[in-house]
Design a protein around this ligand. Structure first.
Ligand SMILES: Nc1ncnc2c1ncn2[C@@H]1O[C@H](COP(=O)(O)OP(=O)(O)OP(=O)(O)O)[C@@H](O)[C@H]1O
Ligand SMILES: [Mg+2]
Length: 505
Protein backbone atom coordinates (compact mmCIF):
# COMPACT_ATOMS: atom_id res chain seq x y z
CA UNK A 1 0.00 0.00 0.00
CA UNK A 2 2.73 2.38 0.95
CA UNK A 3 4.30 2.07 -2.47
CA UNK A 4 1.03 2.77 -4.14
CA UNK A 5 0.50 5.82 -1.95
CA UNK A 6 3.78 7.31 -2.96
CA UNK A 7 2.86 6.63 -6.57
CA UNK A 8 -0.40 8.38 -6.12
CA UNK A 9 1.21 11.37 -4.57
CA UNK A 10 3.37 11.74 -7.67
CA UNK A 11 1.17 13.85 -9.91
CA UNK A 12 3.52 14.66 -12.72
CA UNK A 13 6.73 13.09 -13.88
CA UNK A 14 9.17 13.76 -16.69
CA UNK A 15 11.47 10.92 -17.72
CA UNK A 16 14.64 11.54 -19.67
CA UNK A 17 13.02 14.50 -21.34
CA UNK A 18 14.96 15.91 -24.27
CA UNK A 19 14.16 18.95 -26.33
CA UNK A 20 15.91 20.42 -29.34
CA UNK A 21 15.07 23.48 -31.39
CA UNK A 22 15.97 22.42 -34.90
CA UNK A 23 19.29 20.69 -34.43
CA UNK A 24 20.18 22.63 -31.28
CA UNK A 25 19.64 20.58 -28.11
CA UNK A 26 18.31 22.66 -25.21
CA UNK A 27 17.27 20.02 -22.65
CA UNK A 28 19.50 16.96 -22.37
CA UNK A 29 17.42 14.32 -20.65
CA UNK A 30 15.69 15.66 -17.56
CA UNK A 31 14.07 13.29 -15.06
CA UNK A 32 11.95 14.79 -12.34
CA UNK A 33 8.94 13.98 -10.16
CA UNK A 34 6.42 16.47 -8.90
CA UNK A 35 4.23 15.48 -5.99
CA UNK A 36 0.82 16.68 -4.89
CA UNK A 37 0.81 19.56 -2.48
CA UNK A 38 4.30 20.89 -3.02
CA UNK A 39 5.85 24.04 -4.41
CA UNK A 40 8.94 23.26 -6.43
CA UNK A 41 11.41 26.03 -7.25
CA UNK A 42 12.99 25.78 -10.70
CA UNK A 43 16.09 27.94 -11.01
CA UNK A 44 19.02 28.37 -13.38
CA UNK A 45 20.92 30.95 -15.40
CA UNK A 46 19.37 32.77 -18.36
CA UNK A 47 19.02 30.28 -21.17
CA UNK A 48 19.40 27.23 -18.89
CA UNK A 49 16.12 25.83 -20.22
CA UNK A 50 13.58 26.62 -17.47
CA UNK A 51 10.91 28.11 -19.73
CA UNK A 52 11.52 25.38 -22.29
CA UNK A 53 10.88 22.71 -19.66
CA UNK A 54 7.72 24.56 -18.65
CA UNK A 55 6.57 24.68 -22.27
CA UNK A 56 7.21 20.95 -22.74
CA UNK A 57 5.10 20.21 -19.67
CA UNK A 58 2.23 22.46 -20.68
CA UNK A 59 2.10 21.31 -24.28
CA UNK A 60 3.24 24.55 -25.86
CA UNK A 61 6.31 22.78 -27.26
CA UNK A 62 6.58 19.19 -28.43
CA UNK A 63 9.04 16.87 -26.74
CA UNK A 64 11.96 15.62 -28.85
CA UNK A 65 12.50 12.45 -26.79
CA UNK A 66 11.55 11.08 -23.39
CA UNK A 67 8.24 10.81 -21.59
CA UNK A 68 5.80 12.87 -19.69
CA UNK A 69 3.54 11.12 -17.18
CA UNK A 70 0.46 12.44 -15.46
CA UNK A 71 -1.02 10.29 -12.66
CA UNK A 72 1.46 7.58 -13.62
CA UNK A 73 0.21 7.40 -17.22
CA UNK A 74 2.26 8.43 -20.20
CA UNK A 75 0.76 11.37 -22.04
CA UNK A 76 1.90 12.43 -25.45
CA UNK A 77 0.41 15.83 -25.48
CA UNK A 78 1.65 18.59 -27.61
CA UNK A 79 -1.37 20.78 -27.38
CA UNK A 80 -2.21 23.33 -24.77
CA UNK A 81 -5.83 22.22 -24.82
CA UNK A 82 -4.96 18.71 -23.68
CA UNK A 83 -2.65 20.04 -21.01
CA UNK A 84 -5.47 22.24 -19.81
CA UNK A 85 -7.80 19.27 -19.66
CA UNK A 86 -5.25 17.52 -17.47
CA UNK A 87 -5.26 20.58 -15.25
CA UNK A 88 -1.83 21.93 -16.17
CA UNK A 89 -1.96 25.70 -16.22
CA UNK A 90 0.86 28.13 -16.89
CA UNK A 91 1.43 31.75 -16.05
CA UNK A 92 3.87 32.53 -18.86
CA UNK A 93 7.04 34.59 -18.59
CA UNK A 94 5.90 36.91 -21.37
CA UNK A 95 2.32 38.14 -21.10
CA UNK A 96 -0.12 36.32 -23.30
CA UNK A 97 -2.98 38.79 -23.25
CA UNK A 98 -5.09 40.38 -25.96
CA UNK A 99 -4.46 44.11 -25.63
CA UNK A 100 -7.73 45.14 -27.28
CA UNK A 101 -9.93 43.02 -25.04
CA UNK A 102 -11.07 43.80 -21.53
CA UNK A 103 -9.72 42.28 -18.34
CA UNK A 104 -12.75 39.96 -18.01
CA UNK A 105 -12.64 38.97 -21.70
CA UNK A 106 -9.00 38.00 -21.33
CA UNK A 107 -9.58 35.95 -18.20
CA UNK A 108 -12.35 33.93 -19.86
CA UNK A 109 -11.09 33.93 -23.44
CA UNK A 110 -12.49 30.83 -25.17
CA UNK A 111 -14.39 29.82 -22.00
CA UNK A 112 -16.88 32.66 -21.75
CA UNK A 113 -19.84 32.02 -19.43
CA UNK A 114 -23.12 31.83 -21.31
CA UNK A 115 -26.75 32.22 -20.31
CA UNK A 116 -29.58 29.76 -20.89
CA UNK A 117 -29.82 30.84 -24.53
CA UNK A 118 -26.17 30.10 -25.08
CA UNK A 119 -25.33 33.77 -25.39
CA UNK A 120 -22.43 35.47 -23.72
CA UNK A 121 -23.35 36.42 -20.18
CA UNK A 122 -21.23 39.51 -19.81
CA UNK A 123 -22.51 40.37 -16.33
CA UNK A 124 -21.63 36.93 -14.99
CA UNK A 125 -18.27 37.04 -16.71
CA UNK A 126 -17.38 40.38 -15.19
CA UNK A 127 -18.63 39.37 -11.77
CA UNK A 128 -16.55 36.19 -11.80
CA UNK A 129 -13.51 38.02 -13.12
CA UNK A 130 -13.81 40.48 -10.26
CA UNK A 131 -14.02 37.57 -7.81
CA UNK A 132 -10.81 35.98 -9.08
CA UNK A 133 -9.05 39.32 -8.97
CA UNK A 134 -10.36 39.90 -5.46
CA UNK A 135 -8.64 36.70 -4.34
CA UNK A 136 -5.46 38.57 -5.23
CA UNK A 137 -6.73 41.67 -3.46
CA UNK A 138 -6.76 43.36 -6.84
CA UNK A 139 -9.72 45.60 -7.55
CA UNK A 140 -9.36 46.45 -11.21
CA UNK A 141 -12.65 47.15 -12.98
CA UNK A 142 -13.17 44.01 -15.15
CA UNK A 143 -14.24 46.12 -18.13
CA UNK A 144 -10.88 47.93 -18.38
CA UNK A 145 -9.01 47.34 -21.63
CA UNK A 146 -5.80 45.38 -21.05
CA UNK A 147 -4.09 47.95 -23.27
CA UNK A 148 -4.56 50.53 -20.52
CA UNK A 149 -2.98 48.44 -17.74
CA UNK A 150 0.46 48.72 -16.21
CA UNK A 151 2.76 45.70 -16.10
CA UNK A 152 1.90 44.66 -12.53
CA UNK A 153 -1.82 44.81 -13.33
CA UNK A 154 -1.27 42.72 -16.46
CA UNK A 155 0.50 40.15 -14.32
CA UNK A 156 -2.50 40.00 -11.98
CA UNK A 157 -4.80 39.41 -14.96
CA UNK A 158 -2.56 36.49 -16.01
CA UNK A 159 -2.73 35.06 -12.50
CA UNK A 160 -6.51 35.53 -12.28
CA UNK A 161 -6.82 33.77 -15.63
CA UNK A 162 -4.89 30.81 -14.23
CA UNK A 163 -6.98 30.77 -11.05
CA UNK A 164 -10.19 30.69 -13.08
CA UNK A 165 -9.22 27.31 -14.54
CA UNK A 166 -9.37 24.02 -12.69
CA UNK A 167 -5.79 23.54 -11.90
CA UNK A 168 -3.78 20.61 -10.55
CA UNK A 169 -0.38 21.76 -11.75
CA UNK A 170 0.38 25.45 -11.91
CA UNK A 171 3.60 26.59 -13.53
CA UNK A 172 4.54 30.17 -12.68
CA UNK A 173 7.32 31.45 -14.94
CA UNK A 174 8.86 34.46 -13.16
CA UNK A 175 5.53 35.79 -11.91
CA UNK A 176 6.98 38.23 -9.40
CA UNK A 177 9.39 40.22 -11.57
CA UNK A 178 6.92 43.05 -12.00
CA UNK A 179 5.32 42.90 -8.55
CA UNK A 180 6.22 44.87 -5.45
CA UNK A 181 6.77 43.22 -2.10
CA UNK A 182 3.21 43.54 -0.92
CA UNK A 183 1.84 42.18 -4.19
CA UNK A 184 4.28 39.27 -4.00
CA UNK A 185 2.95 38.50 -0.52
CA UNK A 186 -0.60 38.32 -1.90
CA UNK A 187 0.50 35.97 -4.67
CA UNK A 188 2.35 33.75 -2.19
CA UNK A 189 -0.76 33.47 -0.07
CA UNK A 190 -2.72 32.28 -3.08
CA UNK A 191 0.07 29.82 -3.93
CA UNK A 192 0.09 28.40 -0.39
CA UNK A 193 -3.68 27.96 -0.51
CA UNK A 194 -3.45 26.04 -3.78
CA UNK A 195 -0.69 23.86 -2.35
CA UNK A 196 -2.77 23.11 0.73
CA UNK A 197 -5.60 22.03 -1.55
CA UNK A 198 -3.23 19.46 -3.09
CA UNK A 199 -2.02 21.25 -6.21
CA UNK A 200 1.55 21.06 -7.47
CA UNK A 201 3.18 24.41 -8.13
CA UNK A 202 6.34 25.00 -10.13
CA UNK A 203 7.85 28.38 -9.34
CA UNK A 204 10.49 29.69 -11.77
CA UNK A 205 12.37 32.73 -10.51
CA UNK A 206 15.68 34.57 -10.32
CA UNK A 207 14.74 36.04 -6.96
CA UNK A 208 16.48 33.51 -4.78
CA UNK A 209 15.19 35.02 -1.57
CA UNK A 210 11.64 34.43 -2.73
CA UNK A 211 12.50 30.90 -3.84
CA UNK A 212 13.90 30.26 -0.37
CA UNK A 213 10.76 31.68 1.19
CA UNK A 214 7.99 29.94 -0.75
CA UNK A 215 9.36 26.62 -2.05
CA UNK A 216 9.37 23.18 -0.43
CA UNK A 217 12.03 21.88 -2.81
CA UNK A 218 14.44 23.44 -5.28
CA UNK A 219 15.64 22.06 -8.60
CA UNK A 220 18.54 23.59 -10.53
CA UNK A 221 19.07 23.49 -14.29
CA UNK A 222 22.44 24.31 -15.80
CA UNK A 223 22.86 24.33 -19.61
CA UNK A 224 19.90 22.02 -20.05
CA UNK A 225 20.95 19.51 -17.39
CA UNK A 226 19.48 18.87 -13.99
CA UNK A 227 22.30 19.50 -11.52
CA UNK A 228 20.59 19.53 -8.12
CA UNK A 229 17.27 18.56 -6.54
CA UNK A 230 17.02 18.99 -2.77
CA UNK A 231 14.44 19.81 -0.10
CA UNK A 232 14.40 23.45 0.95
CA UNK A 233 16.12 22.98 4.30
CA UNK A 234 19.25 21.93 2.43
CA UNK A 235 19.50 25.21 0.52
CA UNK A 236 20.82 28.69 1.23
CA UNK A 237 20.64 31.55 -1.28
CA UNK A 238 24.39 31.40 -1.76
CA UNK A 239 24.28 27.68 -2.44
CA UNK A 240 21.51 28.18 -5.02
CA UNK A 241 23.59 30.83 -6.80
CA UNK A 242 26.65 28.57 -6.72
CA UNK A 243 24.77 25.62 -8.20
CA UNK A 244 23.25 27.76 -10.94
CA UNK A 245 26.55 29.19 -12.08
CA UNK A 246 28.67 26.15 -11.31
CA UNK A 247 31.37 28.08 -9.45
CA UNK A 248 31.89 30.45 -6.52
CA UNK A 249 30.53 33.92 -7.20
CA UNK A 250 32.41 37.13 -6.71
CA UNK A 251 30.97 40.22 -4.99
CA UNK A 252 27.66 41.15 -6.65
CA UNK A 253 28.14 44.94 -6.54
CA UNK A 254 31.21 46.86 -7.70
CA UNK A 255 32.48 49.53 -5.26
CA UNK A 256 30.09 52.50 -5.16
CA UNK A 257 31.05 55.19 -7.62
CA UNK A 258 31.12 58.65 -6.03
CA UNK A 259 31.03 61.41 -8.62
CA UNK A 260 33.39 64.38 -8.41
CA UNK A 261 31.57 67.03 -6.36
CA UNK A 262 32.81 69.69 -8.78
CA UNK A 263 31.77 67.83 -11.90
CA UNK A 264 29.67 69.80 -14.31
CA UNK A 265 25.89 69.75 -13.85
CA UNK A 266 24.30 67.64 -16.58
CA UNK A 267 20.65 67.61 -15.69
CA UNK A 268 18.51 70.02 -13.71
CA UNK A 269 14.85 69.23 -13.33
CA UNK A 270 12.70 71.95 -11.76
CA UNK A 271 9.11 71.52 -10.59
CA UNK A 272 8.38 68.94 -13.24
CA UNK A 273 4.65 68.19 -13.48
CA UNK A 274 2.84 65.84 -15.83
CA UNK A 275 -0.80 65.04 -15.27
CA UNK A 276 -1.52 63.58 -11.86
CA UNK A 277 1.34 61.09 -11.89
CA UNK A 278 4.26 63.52 -11.65
CA UNK A 279 3.90 66.55 -9.43
CA UNK A 280 6.42 69.22 -8.70
CA UNK A 281 9.51 67.01 -8.97
CA UNK A 282 12.92 68.73 -8.76
CA UNK A 283 16.39 67.18 -8.73
CA UNK A 284 19.76 67.51 -10.38
CA UNK A 285 22.47 65.22 -11.61
CA UNK A 286 26.17 65.82 -12.32
CA UNK A 287 28.34 64.26 -14.99
CA UNK A 288 29.38 60.76 -14.00
CA UNK A 289 26.86 60.64 -11.19
CA UNK A 290 24.27 57.98 -10.48
CA UNK A 291 20.95 58.76 -8.85
CA UNK A 292 18.68 55.98 -7.67
CA UNK A 293 14.89 56.23 -7.79
CA UNK A 294 13.00 54.21 -5.21
CA UNK A 295 9.32 54.07 -4.36
CA UNK A 296 6.38 51.75 -4.51
CA UNK A 297 5.10 50.59 -7.87
CA UNK A 298 2.91 53.39 -9.23
CA UNK A 299 4.71 56.15 -7.31
CA UNK A 300 5.56 57.95 -10.56
CA UNK A 301 9.18 56.94 -11.13
CA UNK A 302 8.63 55.54 -14.62
CA UNK A 303 6.56 58.60 -15.47
CA UNK A 304 9.45 60.93 -14.52
CA UNK A 305 11.71 58.84 -16.77
CA UNK A 306 9.16 59.05 -19.57
CA UNK A 307 9.08 62.86 -19.28
CA UNK A 308 12.88 62.94 -19.60
CA UNK A 309 12.78 60.56 -22.55
CA UNK A 310 10.25 62.72 -24.42
CA UNK A 311 7.57 60.07 -24.16
CA UNK A 312 5.20 62.00 -21.92
CA UNK A 313 3.94 65.59 -22.21
CA UNK A 314 5.23 68.02 -19.62
CA UNK A 315 2.54 70.28 -18.19
CA UNK A 316 4.75 72.42 -16.06
CA UNK A 317 8.27 72.98 -14.86
CA UNK A 318 11.45 72.73 -16.86
CA UNK A 319 14.30 70.45 -17.76
CA UNK A 320 17.78 71.78 -18.40
CA UNK A 321 20.03 69.17 -19.98
CA UNK A 322 23.61 69.73 -21.00
CA UNK A 323 23.04 73.51 -20.66
CA UNK A 324 20.05 73.48 -22.99
CA UNK A 325 16.42 73.87 -22.03
CA UNK A 326 14.36 70.95 -23.22
CA UNK A 327 10.70 71.49 -22.96
CA UNK A 328 8.64 70.33 -25.82
CA UNK A 329 10.54 67.42 -27.34
CA UNK A 330 10.03 64.04 -28.93
CA UNK A 331 11.72 60.73 -28.05
CA UNK A 332 13.90 61.30 -31.12
CA UNK A 333 15.01 64.69 -29.80
CA UNK A 334 15.82 63.06 -26.46
CA UNK A 335 18.07 60.49 -28.13
CA UNK A 336 19.70 63.27 -30.17
CA UNK A 337 20.33 65.28 -27.01
CA UNK A 338 21.99 62.22 -25.46
CA UNK A 339 19.29 60.70 -23.27
CA UNK A 340 18.81 56.96 -23.55
CA UNK A 341 15.93 55.24 -21.82
CA UNK A 342 15.71 51.53 -21.15
CA UNK A 343 12.00 50.98 -20.66
CA UNK A 344 10.65 48.72 -17.92
CA UNK A 345 8.14 47.19 -20.31
CA UNK A 346 10.50 45.34 -22.61
CA UNK A 347 7.72 43.63 -24.52
CA UNK A 348 5.55 46.73 -24.89
CA UNK A 349 8.06 49.25 -26.13
CA UNK A 350 11.56 47.94 -25.74
CA UNK A 351 12.35 45.48 -28.48
CA UNK A 352 10.98 43.86 -31.65
CA UNK A 353 10.61 40.14 -31.07
CA UNK A 354 10.31 39.19 -34.74
CA UNK A 355 13.64 40.81 -35.65
CA UNK A 356 17.25 39.75 -35.28
CA UNK A 357 19.52 40.54 -32.34
CA UNK A 358 21.52 42.86 -34.63
CA UNK A 359 18.46 44.73 -35.87
CA UNK A 360 17.32 45.27 -32.30
CA UNK A 361 20.71 46.39 -31.08
CA UNK A 362 20.95 49.08 -33.76
CA UNK A 363 17.25 49.97 -33.74
CA UNK A 364 17.84 53.49 -32.45
CA UNK A 365 21.44 54.00 -33.56
CA UNK A 366 20.96 52.71 -37.12
CA UNK A 367 22.22 55.95 -38.71
CA UNK A 368 25.71 55.17 -37.42
CA UNK A 369 25.86 52.18 -39.74
CA UNK A 370 24.59 53.89 -42.90
CA UNK A 371 27.12 55.54 -45.20
CA UNK A 372 24.74 56.06 -46.89
CA UNK A 373 23.74 52.40 -47.18
CA UNK A 374 23.45 50.12 -44.21
CA UNK A 375 26.63 48.14 -43.58
CA UNK A 376 25.43 44.78 -42.26
CA UNK A 377 29.01 43.82 -41.58
CA UNK A 378 29.60 46.73 -39.18
CA UNK A 379 26.20 46.19 -37.60
CA UNK A 380 27.01 42.54 -36.99
CA UNK A 381 30.51 43.25 -35.68
CA UNK A 382 29.19 45.72 -33.14
CA UNK A 383 26.42 43.32 -32.12
CA UNK A 384 28.92 40.54 -31.62
CA UNK A 385 30.78 42.77 -29.19
CA UNK A 386 27.66 43.11 -27.05
CA UNK A 387 26.98 39.38 -27.32
CA UNK A 388 30.44 38.71 -25.89
CA UNK A 389 30.33 41.47 -23.33
CA UNK A 390 26.99 40.48 -21.83
CA UNK A 391 27.37 36.81 -22.46
CA UNK A 392 24.16 36.80 -24.50
CA UNK A 393 23.18 33.27 -25.42
CA UNK A 394 22.77 33.69 -29.19
CA UNK A 395 24.91 31.85 -31.68
CA UNK A 396 24.79 34.69 -34.22
CA UNK A 397 23.70 38.36 -34.49
CA UNK A 398 21.15 37.15 -37.05
CA UNK A 399 19.29 35.05 -34.48
CA UNK A 400 15.71 36.23 -34.08
CA UNK A 401 14.92 37.70 -30.71
CA UNK A 402 11.95 35.42 -30.06
CA UNK A 403 14.38 32.49 -30.15
CA UNK A 404 16.23 33.85 -27.13
CA UNK A 405 15.33 33.22 -23.51
CA UNK A 406 13.58 36.05 -21.64
CA UNK A 407 16.69 37.16 -19.75
CA UNK A 408 18.78 37.20 -22.88
CA UNK A 409 16.18 39.42 -24.56
CA UNK A 410 16.61 41.84 -21.65
CA UNK A 411 20.36 41.93 -22.27
CA UNK A 412 19.72 42.86 -25.92
CA UNK A 413 17.47 45.70 -24.74
CA UNK A 414 20.36 47.07 -22.69
CA UNK A 415 22.74 46.78 -25.63
CA UNK A 416 20.26 48.72 -27.76
CA UNK A 417 20.30 51.63 -25.32
CA UNK A 418 24.07 51.61 -24.98
CA UNK A 419 24.63 51.69 -28.71
CA UNK A 420 23.31 55.25 -28.87
CA UNK A 421 26.32 56.53 -26.87
CA UNK A 422 24.20 58.55 -24.45
CA UNK A 423 25.24 61.24 -21.96
CA UNK A 424 22.49 60.16 -19.61
CA UNK A 425 21.31 56.61 -19.29
CA UNK A 426 17.99 55.94 -17.60
CA UNK A 427 17.66 52.33 -16.50
CA UNK A 428 14.11 51.34 -15.55
CA UNK A 429 14.19 47.95 -13.80
CA UNK A 430 17.24 46.85 -15.81
CA UNK A 431 17.85 43.54 -14.06
CA UNK A 432 14.29 42.31 -14.08
CA UNK A 433 14.38 38.66 -15.09
CA UNK A 434 18.12 38.31 -15.49
CA UNK A 435 20.21 35.86 -13.54
CA UNK A 436 22.61 36.69 -10.76
CA UNK A 437 25.66 36.39 -12.99
CA UNK A 438 24.26 38.71 -15.65
CA UNK A 439 23.16 41.09 -12.89
CA UNK A 440 26.69 41.52 -11.70
CA UNK A 441 27.74 42.14 -15.34
CA UNK A 442 25.12 44.87 -15.67
CA UNK A 443 26.29 46.47 -12.40
CA UNK A 444 29.89 46.45 -13.58
CA UNK A 445 28.76 47.93 -16.87
CA UNK A 446 26.94 50.76 -15.10
CA UNK A 447 30.06 51.32 -13.02
CA UNK A 448 32.14 51.61 -16.22
CA UNK A 449 29.68 54.12 -17.68
CA UNK A 450 30.02 56.29 -14.57
CA UNK A 451 33.81 56.12 -14.69
CA UNK A 452 33.63 57.33 -18.27
CA UNK A 453 31.64 60.38 -17.15
CA UNK A 454 28.24 59.17 -18.30
CA UNK A 455 25.43 59.86 -15.86
CA UNK A 456 22.83 57.31 -14.86
CA UNK A 457 19.41 57.19 -13.30
CA UNK A 458 18.55 53.81 -11.83
CA UNK A 459 14.90 53.07 -11.18
CA UNK A 460 14.40 49.80 -9.37
CA UNK A 461 11.97 48.03 -7.09
CA UNK A 462 14.86 45.98 -5.80
CA UNK A 463 15.86 48.08 -2.83
CA UNK A 464 19.01 46.08 -2.26
CA UNK A 465 20.08 46.92 -5.80
CA UNK A 466 19.41 50.65 -5.43
CA UNK A 467 21.30 50.77 -2.14
CA UNK A 468 24.10 48.63 -3.56
CA UNK A 469 24.67 50.90 -6.54
CA UNK A 470 23.66 54.47 -5.64
CA UNK A 471 25.21 56.88 -3.11
CA UNK A 472 22.16 59.14 -3.54
CA UNK A 473 18.56 57.99 -3.81
CA UNK A 474 15.41 59.94 -4.68
CA UNK A 475 12.29 58.43 -3.11
CA UNK A 476 8.89 59.03 -4.67
CA UNK A 477 5.49 58.76 -3.11
CA UNK A 478 2.22 59.29 -5.00
CA UNK A 479 3.73 61.35 -7.78
CA UNK A 480 5.84 63.57 -5.56
CA UNK A 481 9.43 63.48 -4.51
CA UNK A 482 9.27 62.53 -0.83
CA UNK A 483 12.98 63.21 -0.35
CA UNK A 484 16.51 62.57 -1.54
CA UNK A 485 18.66 60.49 0.78
CA UNK A 486 22.42 60.17 0.93
CA UNK A 487 25.23 59.49 3.40
CA UNK A 488 24.15 58.06 6.75
CA UNK A 489 20.52 58.89 6.06
CA UNK A 490 20.49 56.42 3.17
CA UNK A 491 19.14 53.29 4.82
CA UNK A 492 16.57 50.73 3.82
CA UNK A 493 14.37 51.86 6.67
CA UNK A 494 14.42 55.54 5.66
CA UNK A 495 13.67 54.70 2.03
CA UNK A 496 10.65 52.67 3.13
CA UNK A 497 9.44 55.45 5.43
CA UNK A 498 9.54 58.00 2.61
CA UNK A 499 8.10 55.58 0.07
CA UNK A 500 5.06 55.01 2.27
CA UNK A 501 4.47 58.67 2.88
CA UNK A 502 6.00 58.97 6.33
CA UNK A 503 8.66 61.34 7.61
CA UNK A 504 12.30 60.65 8.29
CA UNK A 505 13.71 62.00 11.55
N1 LIG B 1 11.88 29.20 -30.22
C1 LIG B 1 13.19 28.93 -30.03
N2 LIG B 1 14.00 28.66 -31.08
C2 LIG B 1 15.30 28.38 -30.91
N3 LIG B 1 15.92 28.38 -29.70
C3 LIG B 1 15.18 28.66 -28.62
C4 LIG B 1 13.78 28.96 -28.72
N4 LIG B 1 13.31 29.20 -27.48
C5 LIG B 1 14.37 29.07 -26.64
N5 LIG B 1 15.49 28.73 -27.32
C6 LIG B 1 16.82 28.51 -26.74
O1 LIG B 1 16.71 27.57 -25.69
C7 LIG B 1 17.56 27.88 -24.61
C8 LIG B 1 16.79 27.85 -23.31
O2 LIG B 1 15.85 28.89 -23.30
P1 LIG B 1 14.80 29.09 -22.12
O3 LIG B 1 13.86 30.16 -22.57
O4 LIG B 1 14.23 27.80 -21.72
O5 LIG B 1 15.75 29.64 -20.95
P2 LIG B 1 15.36 30.08 -19.45
O6 LIG B 1 16.05 29.16 -18.54
O7 LIG B 1 13.89 30.21 -19.33
O8 LIG B 1 16.08 31.50 -19.35
P3 LIG B 1 15.58 32.92 -18.72
O9 LIG B 1 16.00 32.91 -17.30
O10 LIG B 1 16.40 33.93 -19.49
O11 LIG B 1 14.13 33.07 -18.94
C9 LIG B 1 18.15 29.24 -24.93
O12 LIG B 1 19.50 29.09 -25.32
C10 LIG B 1 17.31 29.77 -26.07
O13 LIG B 1 18.07 30.57 -26.95
MG1 LIG C 1 12.61 31.79 -19.11
Amino acid sequence: MGGQDSNLSCLLEVRNLQKSYGTVPVLHGISLEFRKGEIVGLIGENGAGKSTLAKCINGLESITAGELLVDGKVVLHNSILLARELGIITIPQEFDLEEDLTVAENIFLGREPTNRLGLLDRKAMERQAAEYLARLDCHLPPDTLVHDLGVAEKQFVEIAKALSQDCRVMILDEPTTVLNREEVERLFQVMRNLRNQGATLIFISHKLREVREICDRVVVLRDGNLVADRPIDQWTEAEMARQMVGRELTELYPPKHIADANAEMLLEVKQLTSGKTVQDVSFSLRKGEILGFAGLVGAGRTEVAECLAGLRPIDNGNICFNRKHLNRYSPKDAVKAGISYLSEDRQGSGVLLGFSVAANTTLVSLKKYCHPFLSRREENQQTEKYIRHFNIKADSPERRLDELSGGNQQKVAIAKGLDTAPKLFIFDEPTRGIDINAKSEVYRFIHDLLERGISCILISSDLEEVLGMCPRVAVMHEGRLAGILDGDALTEENVMLLATGQNVE
